[in-house]
Design a binder for this molecule. Structure first.
Ligand code: SAM
Length: 187
């Protein structure tokens, strides 16, 4: 069985063509941005973070492989100011705080759901939004408590919503929520 981070990547790779549009909503150390930029080598990748140190670390990783992405020093809840394309293939969120960074700079339910609302509109039919949810810290728990009902409320005729995680692991292991926009709406 794939671990959570592996499976998140698989879900993205399945639907992102080389000329596709992808968004890393939480740059962090840049691993997902690099992964998306490799896949969408003739497309476009946007990457958002509110911490400059995250973007700097990502920029370095991209340069090492001569990959391109637009790094944006702003919250994903403001994505509508930056994303010009009509439709996007993939959006990845890795919620929580920057590994090795300040633990009080973390994602929050209101901005995460605000960004999701915009990305759901932008998502192409067959496109996916993939979230890795970390709920082992206080803010992460609160975020999960608001996020799950929001995802559960998405209309079934328009979206498929998946949850993937290991239920016998200790210490609140992260899990995936993934949303796919249906190609043909089921009435
Ligand atoms: N995917 C990353 C990687 O590969 O290393 C890990 C991401 S880390 C768990 C979460 C990141 O989200 C942190 O770097 C944090 O600064 C960022 N973040 C928090 N709130 C944000 C917001 N509103 N918009 C964009 N990024 C945010």
């Amino acid at each position: 069985m794939d671990n959570v981070l592996h499976y998140a990547k698989k879900l993205a790779a399945d639907v992102l063509p080389a000329d596709g549009i992808a968004i890393d909503a939480t740059t962090g150390n840049g691993h997902d941005t690099v992964f998306l930029a490799r896949l969408a080598s003739n497309g476009k990748v946007y990457s958002f973070d509110i911490q400059k140190q995250a973007l700097d670390s990502c920029r370095e990783k991209l340069a090492q492989e001569q990959l391109q992405a637009e790094l944006i020093h702003d919250g994903h809840e403001h994505a509508e100011k930056y994303v010009e394309e009509e439709g996007v293939h993939v959006v990845m969120f890795n919620l929580g705080y920057l590994p090795g960074g300040p633990k009080d700079v973390t994602t929050h339910a209101d901005s995460t759901i605000g960004a999701l609302t915009f990305f759901l509109e932008k998502l192409l039919p067959g496109g996916r939004i993939i979230l890795v949810v970390y709920h082992g810290h206080e803010e992460g728990k609160a975020e999960k408590e608001e996020l799950l009902p929001f995802l559960q409320s998405l209309p079934q005729h328009a979206y498929q919503v998946l949850q993937y995680g290991f239920i016998n692991q200790k210490n609140d292991p992260p899990f995936i929520c993934a949303i796919e926009k249906r190609r043909r709406w089921k009435g």
